[in-house]
Unconditional design. Structure first.
Length: 86
């Protein structure tokens, strides 16, 4: 029931230092994942901020690759994949 709402469902600051490149909702809509050009992914749990975290990925040595996509396995919010520029 988030479609066509005149007000934001949730509003907050990103934990990432750089711009947002991609975003994907959890299958149960209790949170979302954000990817950035700095090779970091952030998991945001809306109802329980203590479960939110950020991690580095898509790095080879000193080369940092952007996160181009984040997607969750349907029906299983604990399984997700990131796609990078590497």
């Amino acid at each position: 029931a988030m479609q066509h709402s005149p007000a934001p469902f949730w509003q907050g600051e990103s934990r990432l230092k750089m711009q947002t490149k991609c975003i994907s909702w959890f299958p149960d809509c209790t949170g979302f994942a954000v990817g950035s050009p700095e090779g970091r992914c952030s998991i945001h749990c809306i109802e329980d901020e203590q479960r939110s975290f950020t991690f580095k990925c898509h790095r080879i040595g000193s080369t940092v690759n952007a996160i181009n996509a984040v997607d969750f396995m349907p029906g299983k919010q604990n399984f997700f994949a990131t796609a990078g520029s590497d």
